[in-house]
Design a protein around this ligand. Structure first.
Ligand code: SF4
Length: 355
């Protein structure tokens, strides 16, 4: 409740109280999940906050929860549906709140790319799909069927290591930058990576070039994170001498190289938690998370590298959450076909089995 004291809009307070009252009526039957990038009042009203995968796991662990309301973008609610137990029902307060990066890949397009690559590569060589959590259910489904796995920004390196034990090459979908940054941590040079454009035949490359590459990076990106530049970091170091800069691995590699630390949202939260009073931390990720950390740690300076907001996350409002909860189970339910769930679960289980 502490954060709500900063929100003085009576209308938000009213809606917040309505959501609390629905929660009180449903008790343990309802779980509200809030992603780190959600508005403050949504995070406050949530039972759990975290990144998309942590939240899905938390929901399925709630033995009594019949209803899961996922406050995040659409692929996150789908991921919760994939992981949830069959009797649980998953709802999303705004079905129009999608993730543009996740939308840059589709299951059929990834299937086509794998077919193209397999036709070009030497017969005994395998290309293993690795798909980021930030993809739709159909993309995860194809990935699972084709022997690949899902990864998060926390375990991408382990996922790559696993994939290289299964085959010679990786198709990483859909974030070029997470794929490139992960490849760099494994010592893979840029000339062994190819940007794969799904809108061009063979991703826009000759068969010879495709045979030389080790990692194919899907041409996709998150506009929230590619906003940051090395100049932002230079500017921050001038403004806050002695500061430390931490960025998300969806940032471009030149930003990652100029930062002091790089990691997932969970890593960034821990990075601030483990800093000391008086420290200055400059954060390169979605501004709602940075603002909340600044509020929670008033004894240190926590500032955004530059203000970059995810408008898609912002489409979830306390009013839409209230409307969805009120209408439950008749509105905004997430349905994923069984055959898609099967493939997607395979891909997620392979991730869970990573050491
Ligand atoms: S921050 Fe980027 S990856 Fe995350 S939901 Fe928004 S657009 Fe998608």
């Amino acid at each position: 409740m502490a954060f709500l004291r900063t929100i003085d809009k009576p209308r938000i307070r009213e809606l917040y109280d309505e959501v609390l009252s629905i929660k009180a009526d449903l008790g343990d039957e309802l779980v509200i999940l809030a992603h780190h990038y959600q508005r403050p009042e949504i995070v406050e009203v949530g039972d759990f906050r975290g990144d998309s995968f942590q939240l899905s796991q938390m929901a399925s662990d709630q033995q009594k929860a019949r209803y899961i309301a996922f406050c995040g973008v659409h692929f996150m609610a789908e991921s919760a549906r994939i992981v949830a137990r069959p009797e649980q029902r998953v709802f999303h307060p705004n079905l129009n709140s999608g993730c543009p990066m996740a939308d840059m890949a589709t299951g059929p397009a990834v299937g086509r790319a794998l077919d193209e690559l397999t036709a070009i590569l030497p017969e005994k060589e395998t290309v293993v799909p690795v798909v980021y959590m930030n993809t739709d259910a159909a993309t995860k489904g194809i990935c699972g069927q084709e022997g690949g796995l899902v990864c998060t920004s926390s375990n991408a390196k382990k996922a790559f290591e696993w994939a290289f034990q299964q085959g010679e090459r990786i198709l990483f979908v859909p974030d070029e930058h997470l794929g490139r940054n992960t490849s760099h941590t494994m010592g893979i040079p840029d000339d062994e990576m190819l940007l794969y454009d799904p809108n061009q035949v063979n991703g826009g490359h000759s068969p010879e070039a495709l045979r030389k590459a080790k990692v194919y990076l899907w041409k996709g990106y998150c506009h929230v994170h590619t906003w940051y530049t090395p100049e932002h970091i230079e500017q921050a170091r001038q403004t806050y001498p002695g500061c430390r800069v931490v960025v998300h691995p969806e940032c471009c590699s030149n930003v990652v190289e100029a930062a002091d630390a790089v990691g997932s949202t969970a890593f960034i939260v821990k990075y601030v938690e483990s800093s000391s009073p008086g420290d200055t931390i400059v954060i390169g990720t979605e501004v709602n998370l940075t603002n909340r950390l600044a509020y929670e740690y008033p004894d240190r300076t926590v500032v955004p590298l530059s203000r970059s907001l995810c408008p898609n996350m912002f489409r979830i409002s306390i009013e839409k959450l209230r409307d969805t909860l009120r209408a439950m189970p008749t509105m905004n339910e997430i349905i994923v076909p069984d055959e898609t769930i099967h493939g997607a679960r395979l891909a997620m289980e392979r991730m869970l089995a990573l050491p």
